[in-house]
Design a protein around this ligand. Sequence first.
Ligand code: KIV
Length: 262
Amino acid sequence: MYTAPQIARLKSKKKIVMLTAYDYLMASYLEKAGVDIILVGDSLGMVFLGYKDTLPVTVDDVIYHLKAVKRGAKDTMIVADMPFMSYQESVKSAVKNAGKIMKNSGASAVKLEGGLEIYRQIKAIVDIGVPVMGHIGLQPQSVNKYGGYPVQGVNDEDKIRLVSEAKAIEKAGAFALVVEKVLSKTAAMITKAVGIPVIGIGSGPYCDGQVLVTPDLLGAFEDFTPKFVKKYDNAAIRSVKALHKFTSDVRNKKFPGKKYYY
Ligand code: KIV
């Protein structure tokens, strides 16, 4: 199982693989598949709880899912997303909520969305001994500010801002950085500019690693699929087909056949 310092040292040595899990079963699959980091992302609000965005997710939701994930993946590094309004308000609330998550869950690090405006929060959490993963570029917790999920780092001003945010997050003590939906050239600039690993999502091939939302890549979540998701399976279609077959077998008295009762 990787520690945060070990992940930090992987930069330029090995591509880092991070995927999300929210429950025992998926966590056990990810561990068997050998991913480097499991993220209990606040994407759980959408793909697990059915909210329209990540904003309603609470610290208690994250802890509940973390505990299940830890039971399924005892030997994989787990990073916990800090949900909306668990760290933005003040350094004090950030430290308190990071501590609460770490105390109760089996996570070995937390992830926070934001740039310069949360520099103090990141530093304070690192100072109490909790590794922090940053997250810049598209920040889904700010969906209402953007009015959607637009590509980031397109114009020169944004490119410069993102590089300086990445540097600031590294200076604050983060061990890694997620860069979401950023133009690949800009993501490459960010990756070059910092000494910590940059884990991209929708940000092209030049990052130090990749992360996706697992139900997206499995084709299990069908509400919407961003362009950057490659579907490695069509789990939703296959599952509904299997469930439909079961339903019709019961109705047609084909299940349970002799093999399936005592
Ligand atoms: O919540 C999440 O799953 C994330 C990833 C998309 C990086 O933050």
